[in-house]
Design a protein around this ligand. Structure first.
Ligand SMILES: Nc1ncnc2c1ncn2[C@@H]1O[C@H](COP(=O)(O)OP(=O)(O)OP(=O)(O)O)[C@@H](O)[C@H]1O
Ligand SMILES: [Mg+2]
Length: 327
């Protein structure tokens, strides 16, 4: 693996203004995505996973939201310095994104084939016939059995799992270097979810695709990812290789997440079962954001946000005690 990250995010701060209150949805997030890896982001609902991804994509809508600080470097280029038109090109060919609800990303009044062909023509400068051929071959690559039939279908005629395959095919047809997948399987049933995860793994191997995979499901992280970043209340609390996270989690929040995973099958509510509330993102405490819910809190944790500290090889955690509590 090359040492130069594909995506490098430093001290990202993204805020929303709502009823005169400033919501710090993402507050000082830093991470790299290394070429060829699958990096997972995990955290409870509202922890800032999607806002992080949308900030990278230049898709935070103003009003009410705005990236107010930090840097986002992709292949050595500063994405925050780009115009909307330049960002559209990055979103086409550089970074692709698939969402939880593929239906909302498709135009309901055009057939699948028309939509795929248009997008491919636009970004890859192909003729209509070439682009249509490419669309069909990509549908084939994502194991759609009858690409011809799917191409002439309207989005409403396809199931959620099928549509997610179509979205992935459409995005990968543009040959992006980075795929950001934001809970692409959450709306799907468990069997289809497993198929889509296998597909992403396969395409990652086949296209040498780098993936940033967002989920609230630690089972998915274990299955798919090389490294994982744990987010809590708009901040990174732990960043680690997947094995190390499961074998020696350092942050008390991560430990609770792992302890809260009830079973392999019940993946929907896995992260909702930790007692206590996430702090108000418009009125954050001065100290550790996990203070109120932490069993291991120390008086000093109230005073200042702990730094991310190295707790192992390629493994950092934002806690004053990680060494003391590691097994
Ligand atoms: N359009 C918006 N207006 C106001 N606040 C917003 C908006 N979008 C996001 N936020 C704030 O940002 C926080 C983080 O949201 P985000 O969507 O990133 O969470 P998430 O980690 O992706 O959660 P989930 O697992 O539910 O998808 C929210 O709790 C909310 O306070
Ligand atoms: Mg989200």
């Amino acid at each position: 693996m090359s040492s130069q990250p594909l995506l490098s995010v430093r001290d990202l701060q993204t805020q929303f203004v709502s009823d005169g209150r400033v919501i710090k949805a993402v507050d000082g997030v830093s991470f790299d995505v290394r070429p060829g890896e699958i990096l997972g982001i995990v955290g409870e609902s509202g922890s800032g996973k999607s806002v992080t991804a949308l900030s990278v994509m230049g898709l935070i809508p103003w009003p009410p939201g705005r990236v107010v600080g930090g840097s986002i470097m992709f292949e050595g280029e500063d994405l925050r310095a780009k115009t909307q038109a330049q960002m559209r090109r990055v979103r086409g060919a550089g970074i692709a994104m698939v969402f939880q609800e593929p239906r909302t990303a498709m135009n309901p009044v055009f057939r699948i084939g028309e939509q795929m062909t248009e997008v491919i023509m636009l970004h890859r400068k192909m003729s209509r016939a070439e682009a249509s051929g490419e669309a069909r071959s990509m549908l084939d690559r994502v194991h759609i059995a009858e690409p011809g039939r799917v191409m002439s279908a309207y989005p409403f005629e396809l199931s959620g799992g099928m549509l997610q395959r179509v979205m992935i095919a459409m995005e990968l047809a543009l040959r992006p270097r980075l795929l950001i997948a934001d809970e692409p399987t959450t709306a799907l049933d468990v069997t289809i979810q497993a198929q889509i995860l296998r597909l992403i793994r396969e395409l990652h191997d086949e296209f040498d695709l780098t993936v940033l995979f967002i989920t609230h499901d630690l089972g998915v992280i274990a299955q798919l990812c090389d490294r994982v970043m744990v987010m809590y209340a708009g901040a990174v609390v732990e960043l680690s290789p997947v094995d190390a996270l499961f074998h020696s989690p350092a942050h008390p929040y991560t430990r609770k997440l792992l302890a809260a995973v009830p079973s392999v099958v019940d993946t929907r509510n896995t992260l909702r079962s930790i007692a206590g509330d996430v702090p108000d993102l418009a009125d954050l405490p001065p100290g550790c954001r996990f203070y109120d819910r932490c069993d291991l809190r120390q008086p000093e944790c109230r005073l200042a946000i702990p730094d991310l500290r190295k707790v192992g090889e390629d493994h950092t955690a934002r806690c004053v005690l990680p060494n003391a509590i590691s097994p």
